[in-house]
Ligand binder design. Sequence first.
Ligand SMILES: Cc1cc2nc3c(=O)[nH]c(=O)nc-3n(C[C@H](O)[C@H](O)[C@H](O)COP(=O)(O)O)c2cc1C
Length: 229
Amino acid sequence: MVRVVAINASPRKDQGHTGMILKPFLEGMKDKGAEVDLFYASELKVKPCSCGHLYCWHKSPGECIYQDSMTKLYSAAKNAQILVVASPVYSPMPGDLQNIINRFVALLDPVLEFRNGRTRAKLRADVQLEKVVLVSGSGWWERENVNLLAHVIKEFSENASITYAGTIARPHIYAMRTSEGISPEGEKVLLAIRQAAVELMENGEFSQEILDAISRPLFSREVYEEYLG
Ligand SMILES: Cc1cc2nc3c(=O)[nH]c(=O)nc-3n(C[C@H](O)[C@H](O)[C@H](O)COP(=O)(O)O)c2cc1C
């Protein structure tokens, strides 16, 4: 069975836009038999990495000096094959998520390799993670707003020699909702997100077609520019 560990980094948890798009993604994975362990970054108490000496590599391999909420996240991540990072674009991410990402360093083997012109680490032998996915909603009109966050999460994956499976990006995410709830176009986006999860489970990757359907403009740039004044 495929085990998934998901982190919702939105301070608004299930009430936020991030929760709205994460839900169908996780449901699509569950439909295909995945077991999902969902964490909310704002509920975890994660201290910032502050020892600066990579104590978790050299002094006590695999053990962070802090005993906090990361302990349960380490244990879930060790037993999962897929990590889903769900985050709003916050130029680039909420601070809670950055702390979690930094603390993941304890799951790395302290042996660096130079590969294809880049310095890379790999996961410790007791960590099963194989893939990382980013699910991200953003406020501004253009999809490119997610690029900085996607770059950070991709580098985080590749530094740990984990495959970055891709970015589920939903720009001008506010347009998915009206005062009456999710709009018909918004519902189509949610269906596409669910389909993307099925693709990941069945094929191990996303088709460009589904990624484009998820990110497609819900109104034109001209309308957006008019709205901005
Ligand atoms: C501190 C902060 C920074 C933000 N920076 C960006 C940004 O650079 N680009 C963007 O498209 N949206 C930005 N936004 C908008 C959020 O991405 C958007 O409101 C998102 O839907 C919030 O997710 P949530 O509803 O799950 O909290 C920012 C919002 C906040 C609060």
